[in-house]
Design a protein around this ligand. Sequence first.
Ligand SMILES: C[S@@+](CC[C@H](N)C(=O)[O-])C[C@H]1O[C@@H](n2cnc3c(N)ncnc32)[C@H](O)[C@@H]1O
Length: 303
Amino acid sequence: MPAHTHDHIDWADRLALLRAADALDAAAMATVARRLVAALPPRPTVVDVGCGAGGMSKHFARELATRSGGTVVLVDATPALLEEAERAVKTEAAEHVAPGSTGEHGPVSVEVRAILGDLADAGLPQTVPPADLVWASHVVHHLADQQAAVGTVAAVAKPGGLVALAEGGLDFRCLPWDLGVGRPGLENRMLAAQAEWFIGMREGIDGAVPMPYGWPIALDRAGLTGVDSFGALVHHPSPGPDSLADYVVNRIGRLREFAGDHLTTGDRATLDALLDATGPHFVGARQDLYLFGAKNVHCGRQP
Ligand SMILES: C[S@@+](CC[C@H](N)C(=O)[O-])C[C@H]1O[C@@H](n2cnc3c(N)ncnc32)[C@H](O)[C@@H]1O
């Protein structure tokens, strides 16, 4: 079956935003990668399903390079993202494996492979090497049957292999409550509009099946053992890194585009004022932007 997504989203068009988010998440996600890789045997195979621009797999590659080496397998249904992820992760691996370096388990090398694949395809595990760790971040909720997708992700793991899903968490906040334009509290209403968009996105997926329970139960029903969750805080206090203003402008612009219909005319006008680079309220010129959010990682093991 040729790979494609099912959510009517043009993922290739989101490359810049995914890359920017990867950069801002980097410190938090490096810690998550270290924690997950520390639980693996020597020279493990790590599979990243729905890898996007490859941000998390760069951390996996670096962790493997500084230990015994291993293999990172990137899987995505969007060719342009997969290509970018492969380039980025190979570069990261090459930068961190010292030429001729040898560890306790022989020469250290990090192999990076890219596989175009659709997580809706129950045959996917037969096309991907069995994994010591399979990671799937913010991809399962784009599938019609999320429980079936969790089962497919779990089936990529070897017996005893670790499965980690990043889903849920706390959405990023980046704006002060009173922006000096429009009604205060805009960000709360933007997040509510995004939640409405999300419901429509799920309803728009052909054959969408409800999953009326949480992610740990989904992992449990996929037959995994020792199911548990942990969080990772993403925090850039004001004024944040140089890239933050561009990220906020991009994020707000996207939200205006896809969820603007769920906002009032007044809030849409405020967003237009915030996005006007020549106007007095341009959000990209503010010194009080910040980023505060959290990732939620749910783990289980194949028996
Ligand atoms: C929200 S992005 C998440 C990217 C990355 N994992 C992260 O957490 O930043 C969703 C990714 O899943 C991919 N995707 C969506 N539907 C998919 C499917 N059916 N099979 C495989 N990948 C899919 C998209 O191409 C995109 O790269």
